[in-house]
Design a protein around this ligand. Structure first.
Ligand SMILES: [Zn+2]
Length: 439
């Protein structure tokens, strides 16, 4: 979940087959191809490799594709937001099936609030609503999707021809100061926890302090003493430590403190889009040294920094329609939604959104910096994510197509799309088994 989004088409486009989407994708390449593999095909004038729709789909269908960050609304898996049918959501089961997106980490996101007893109790209750919703989805559609508790589960469920749901918690705030809750959330299926979100919590500093909540620039100068205990308990239980959203120092601390590799579940690189939420070269290096993985996020304003002019035009539009932030946009219905989308499209025409090619530039950059074994892919769908060309789960082959044009081999694609994340998850399971056997 990222609320700082300035521009996107909020709702998924009409259902279109993947074949059409791949066919209409623009042939663009970046030139500086990374370790060209057996991508085949002749090189186009711009240095990119020509790939056919059939080649892309053949490879894409063989890959195990994992998206590590998919938000859900509070009414998820109710008739109002039914993932089993074509919906307004950017990710639902029909879109995953059409787009060949095999695994989604569905997110128990709870926003930061002032740390009072009442608010912490509310955060825990809100987390339970989202756990229940994800479980409800897998209970309602057992033939189509199943919840994975382990890497072995992912492989078993996927081999059975079903979609895979996994669970991540976004914001360690949902444990309050109760370490025991980690075990409870682990039982419910949580396999990663983003230590903090927007605003500091008791575990770690955020990269985006909430001055309105009384935050200073830094509260713990990284990970707090309590946060150290949280990381140790996550290591023991087998929950991946997610360093997206947290401050640079907190991220470096977490990579140092964790006995198992860590992940950045949805972050892009500062070198190409200078927002505090992204990671710089030193952070990339620390992730690689830790054996971890950065799941580059396809979120417009984290892929391509939004100009002040566009930011102003967007907030003026929202103001003129009486819309309160991203939550307000998401709540739009009917004619008001149509009006907002039309006017937003006009703004996007003037200041174009990030494309799949811009997104893959971030992947290239990270691969060049820290190697193919430490990079993965995420969307932040339903949480502000999406770029032109990968704006919902049905368009997933467009990412594979762009990577193939840049010369990534099938083996490299497999690493980016899932193997790297599964390697880290497996390492986390092994550390957990070792720590449990020692205690
Ligand atoms: Zn987020």
């Amino acid at each position: 979940m990222d609320r700082s989004v300035q521009s996107r088409t909020l709702f998924s486009r009409a259902s279109v087959g993947i074949a059409i989407l791949v066919a209409t994708a623009v042939l663009v390449g970046c030139g500086d191809t990374v370790e060209p593999g057996d991508g085949g095909g002749p090189e186009a004038v711009d240095g990119s490799i020509e790939v056919s729709e059939e080649q892309v789909l053949a490879v894409h269908q063989r890959l195990l594709t994992i998206d590590t960050h998919d938000d859900i609304p509070f009414d998820f898996a109710t008739p109002a937001a039914d993932p089993g049918v074509e919906s307004q959501m950017q990710i639902d089961l029909p879109k995953m099936e059409r787009g060949g997106l095999d695994v989604g980490f569905f997110i128990v996101y709870v926003g930061q609030t002032e740390r009072t007893e009442a608010n912490i109790a509310k955060a825990k209750a809100d987390a339970m609503i989202k756990f229940d919703a994800i479980h409800r989805m897998t209970e309602q559609y057992p033939e189509r999707i199943e919840l994975a508790h382990s890497v072995a589960d992912v492989e078993r469920i996927s081999a059975a021809g079903k979609l895979v749901a996994a669970i991540g918690i976004e914001n360690g705030y949902v444990i309050g100061r109760d370490l025991g809750l980690l075990e409870r959330y682990h039982e419910l299926g949580a396999r990663y926890i983003t230590l903090a979100h927007g605003g500091h919590n008791d575990i770690a500093d955020s990269s985006t302090p909430r001055f309105d909540l009384g935050d200073y620039e830094a509260e713990h100068d990284g990970v707090s003493d309590f946060g150290r205990q949280v990381i140790a308990e996550m290591n023991r239980l087998g929950i991946m430590v997610d360093v997206s959203h947290i401050s640079k120092q907190a991220m470096l601390d977490a990579a140092e403190l964790s006995e198992a590799p860590v992940i950045a579940s949805h972050s892009s690189v500062t070198a190409l889009a200078g927002v505090p939420r992204n990671v710089d070269d030193e952070q990339l290096d620390a992730l690689a040294a830790n054996g971890g993985v950065i799941q580059i996020v396809a979120l417009d304003s984290f892929v391509k920094a939004v100009s002040p002019e566009k930011r102003r035009a967007t907030s003026e539009l929202r103001e003129s329609m009486g819309i309160d932030g991203f939550a307000g946009v998401r709540a739009l219905q009917g004619e008001r939604r149509d009006e907002y989308e039309a006017r937003m499209a006009e703004i996007d025409r003037q200041w174009p959104r990030a494309t799949v090619s811009d997104f893959v530039d971030h992947i290239d950059y990270a691969v060049e910096r820290i190697g193919i074994d430490h990079v993965g892919i995420s969307s932040d769908f339903n949480g502000g994510g999406g770029v032109d060309g990968w704006d919902d789960a049905s368009e997933t082959p467009n990412v594979t197509a762009e990577l193939m044009r840049r010369g990534y081999s099938e083996e490299q694609l497999a690493k980016l799309w899932g193997d790297n994340l599964l390697r880290v998850w497996r390492a986390v399971e092994e550390v957990s088994a070792r720590l449990k056997s020692q205690s």
